[in-house]
Ligand binder design. Structure first.
Ligand SMILES: Cc1cc2nc3c(=O)[nH]c(=O)nc-3n(C[C@H](O)[C@H](O)[C@H](O)COP(=O)(O)OP(=O)(O)OC[C@H]3O[C@@H](n4cnc5c(N)ncnc54)[C@H](O)[C@@H]3O)c2cc1C
Length: 419
């Protein structure tokens, strides 16, 4: 039983995915060695695992079939080493050992067979209780003081008093979805302990477009596109995937994955442009030829009916209206100048992005404590001995598809084992 004034061995701050995993792995490793390790898991939230419960649309996309460092942003050399230490197969087996079988979907995403995030949370929490981890909710940590006395360790100031521990695992997450408790204060705790924090920016977030664009008319429609992000005139990202038009702008996997480049540049005040190619399967030259062939093959077919062979008719209509081109015009009658404008808009359309949707909609945080300040074999801080950092607080963000949880499990495993 956890007593507030007991001296504990380990305090894990943050009972999200990474904190729960680290607690379990630490307790299991100690049990294997026949050691008794007193672990206390502190979380400021009043209820457990809010973010796990909302993840993956309430189904929790636990990991991905194939995970590599290229699915992440940050120091890829370090990320690669962390991922190699706890690969996907280890995640699958670990969850099976907790009674959670995973299934693979066509996209490569892995979900619990129950399709319920609650299954994942319950399994993690039950395992903590089985192992004797003391979980203290409503215990928000305000300060972690590194003790310089002969015993070393840390003093933790939280909502209900103080606690002395030998080791600390900081698992406070980032700033995404602050109402779950991850409001970025963990960065301040890390900073006060001497760590740097690379400027956090929302990632995996939808983007808001200038309301004069046609996105509202297309709300709910998805299409395959190629999205290119240019910062200060340099291309920083190019990816293909599904773009979803919404009432406020754009979303969908390709937008979410690219958003970190837009938000990062915007945060730094750099000039950033997002361009879409709505015909990702065609090169410029093939697209040009295609228009000429269509005019020859079916000269009286309207512009929108012609375009509907490549994109949805609704999108074709909206684009024509936006460009001031009469959609009923027969394709062969379309002036060359309009044909060129149409082709240019279809293959290189500059999106008028106004802002991202902010922390309440971002699924993850780009930026955080630099990975170079961590020993990637143990997740121990290189600056503060006996302090470990795991999960989203670190400067590593993954693409959509289960990668961010894989990072949480892998870093949790490394820290737990090292303890
Ligand atoms: C809507 C949404 C859907 C998502 N879906 C997926 C998905 O399907 N697959 C995937 O891989 N990723 C998904 N993610 C991302 C994933 O949830 C996170 O990357 C992951 O949860 C990070 O885990 P963490 O333990 O590092 O941080 P968090 O889960 O954010 O946990 C941090 C914990 O620390 C606590 N805390 C913070 N500060 C303090 C303090 N000062 N004192 C005490 N406690 C504190 C918080 O209350 C919180 O419980 C999603 C994210 C969101 C927002």
């Amino acid at each position: 039983m956890f007593m507030e004034n007991d001296r504990q061995d380990v305090a894990v701050i943050g009972a999200g995915a990474a904190g729960l995993a680290a607690s379990i792995f630490a307790a299991e490793a100690a049990a294997r060695e026949g050691l008794s390790l007193k672990i206390v898991l502190l979380d400021g939230a009043k209820t457990l695992g809010a973010k796990i419960l909302v993840s993956g649309g309430g189904r929790c996309n636990v990991t991905h079939d194939v995970v590599s460092a290229t699915d992440f942003f940050g120091n890829r050399h370090i990320i690669k080493n962390v991922l190699a230490a706890f690969p996907v197969q280890a995640t699958i087996e670990w969850f099976a050992s907790l009674g959670v079988d995973l299934k693979r979907e066509e996209t490569g995403k892995l979900f619990p067979v129950t399709d319920k995030a609650r299954t994942v949370l319950t399994a993690l929490v039950n395992r903590c209780y089985e192992l004797g981890v003391a979980i203290c909710l409503d215990h928000r940590v305000a300060e972690v003081v590194c003790l310089a006395d002969s015993e070393g360790g840390f003093r933790i100031h939280h909502t209900h008093g103080t606690l002395s521990v030998k080791k600390v695992i900081l698992a406070t997450g980032g700033r995404s979805l602050p109402k779950t408790g991850s409001d970025g204060f963990g960065y301040e705790l890390a900073r006060r302990l001497g760590h740097q924090v690379n400027t956090p920016a929302p990632a995996l977030t939808p983007l808001v477009l200038d309301e004069t664009l046609f996105h509202k008319d297309l709300s709910g429609i998805s299409q395959e596109v190629e999205l290119t992000t240019t910062v200060q005139g340099q291309r920083v990202d190019r990816r293909t995937g599904s773009l979803l038009w919404t009432h406020f702008g754009i979303s969908g996997p390709v937008v979410m994955d690219a958003s970190r480049f837009w938000t990062g540049a915007h945060e730094k005040g750099e000039a950033v442009e997002l361009c879409v190619n709505f015909l990702p399967a065609l090169t410029q030259e093939v697209a040009r030829q295609w228009f000429i062939e269509q005019a020859a093959e079916a000269p009286r077919r309207s512009v929108t009916k012609t375009l509907a062979r490549l994109v949805t008719e609704r999108f074709a209509e909206s684009l024509c209206r936006y460009l001031g081109i009469n959609r009923q015009t027969a394709i062969a009658q379309l002036p060359r100048e309009d044909r060129d404008r149409l082709r240019a808009a279809l293959t290189k359309f500059r999106l008028p992005v106004q802002q991202d949707r902010g922390w309440n909609y971002a699924e993850v945080t780009a930026g955080g404590v630099p990975l170079e300040e961590i020993n990637f074999r143990t997740m121990e801080s290189k600056l503060v001995p006996s302090l470990y950092l795991v999960g989203e607080i670190l400067d590593c963000d993954g693409c959509i598809g289960g990668f961010n949880f894989q990072w949480a499990w892998a870093t949790g495993w490394l820290a737990g084992k090292a303890l």
